[in-house]
Write a protein that binds this ligand. Structure first.
Ligand SMILES: NC(=O)c1ccc[n+]([C@@H]2O[C@H](COP(=O)([O-])OP(=O)(O)OC[C@H]3O[C@@H](n4cnc5c(N)ncnc54)[C@H](OP(=O)(O)O)[C@@H]3O)[C@@H](O)[C@H]2O)c1
Length: 334
């Protein structure tokens, strides 16, 4: 059983805990919050003895703690993950794990040195649909292009319009549409098609300086992939992958429920997609397998693949926002 500690007390942490507990491989052992009352109220929803902390250094000193789930604002992930790893803990870091290439490289190196694991919680990568689509693409002819959409009007957008600066809309906290919903789209592109040779990002900037929406192009040798993340609009468009003889239509790019192949002049073929009610269960299960079987060659190889993908996704995200002239506070910290 893995002893899980959590940082961040927003709804996403509850969703991850529910996923982790459902695997029966984790128990919630500690909660960190900047505020004791918040930690107490958060932990009250769960059973068992849960230690509460308001001091990160003390939180990490807990010898029983195996792994820490970090769901704080993006720009805080690096310092918190570094502190955890130096204390000998494995980390599950919410997407996007880090703001810059340097942060990503440092954490990967440090985790290897400390013999602990670093996971980026990019949940679509671990969904059953992701591997199913990958397998389908490998045996269905040359890719001609793809178009991914994921845009939701954020509950915090009204605050931006009222002149406020919520974390996810802030350059200080490495926010923006690309560094939120765009992460899933970049994971899909790199996970299915590999690393692009060139990227471009046209951003529509909010008053706070981040991209409230944007259009990205990932150029591959023989085709292009467009992505469209947004936080100030809602997109109802599906995502599509164009193949030589047909089109694969996905209802979404994360939490995928359907993948239908429209081959020219043939019937529609639906891929077998088994979507879970909580889309974080598969990642929680996969991370537990690595943590519980650190010597497994199979899980070790998967882990290396995820880390390399996380590094490449990070590099693409950085290149895209550099192209759009989006400068985070984290860029100046080194
Ligand atoms: N995988 C997914 O589906 C998914 C969904 C949503 C979000 N996320 C990711 O989860 C992370 C958190 O997102 P969020 O929207 O929940 O962020 P958030 O509401 O801005 O902050 C999350 C938590 O961090 C702490 N926090 C807030 N402001 C802080 C500050 N200024 N300094 C230190 N700590 C602060 C708060 O916990 P305390 O008050 O208890 O300290 C808060 O509950 C992001 O990386 C985001 O991309 C992932």
């Amino acid at each position: 059983m893995l002893n899980l500690g959590v940082i961040g007390t927003n709804w996403i942490t509850d969703q991850f805990i529910a996923a982790a507990l459902s695997t029966k491989k984790y128990r919630l052992s500690s909660v960190y919050s900047r505020n004791f009352t918040t930690a107490k109220q958060f932990a009250a929803k769960y059973q068992g003895k849960i230690n509460l902390f308001t001091d990160l250094a003390v939180f990490f000193q807990d010898k029983k703690l195996d792994v820490v789930y970090i769901a704080s604002p993006n720009s805080l992930h690096f310092a918190q993950a570094k502190q955890a790893i130096l204390a000998g803990k494995s980390v599950i870091v919410e997407k996007p794990a880090f703001s810059t290439r340097e942060e990503m490289d440092e954490i990967i190196k440090l985790a290897n040195k400390q013999r602990v694991f670093f996971f980026e919680a990019a949940r679509n990568l671990h969904e059953q649909s992701f591997a199913e689509i990958k397998k389908f693409l490998e045996s269905n002819g040359e890719i001609q292009g793809a178009s991914f959409h994921y845009a939701k009007y954020s509950s915090r957008m009204d605050k931006v319009l009222a002149g406020e600066e919520p974390n996810i809309f802030s350059l200080k906290f490495s926010g923006g549409a690309l560094y939120d919903l765009g992460v899933y789209q970049v994971y899909a592109a790199l996970g299915w098609f590999g690393v692009p040779s060139f990227v471009h990002y046209f951003a529509t900037l909010a008053s706070t300086g981040i991209d409230s929406m944007g259009t990205g192009v990932l150029r591959y040798e023989n085709f292009d992939v467009t992505i469209q993340p947004g936080k100030n609009i809602k997109s109802f468009a599906p995502s599509e992958i164009f193949l030589a003889k047909g089109t694969l239509v996905l209802d979404a790019i994360s939490a995928i429920n359907s993948a239908d192949y429209y081959e020219r002049e043939k019937d529609v073929k639906s891929l077998k997609i088994n979507a879970l009610a909580n889309p974080m269960v598969e990642e929680a299960e996969a991370f537990a397998q690595v943590l519980l079987h650190p010597k497994s060659e199979v899980w070790g190889a998967k882990y290396e693949e995820w880390v390399e993908l996380a590094r490449n996704v990070n590099a693409v995200l950085v290149a895209m926002r550099e192209d759009a002239g989006i400068v985070f506070a984290a860029d100046g910290k080194r």
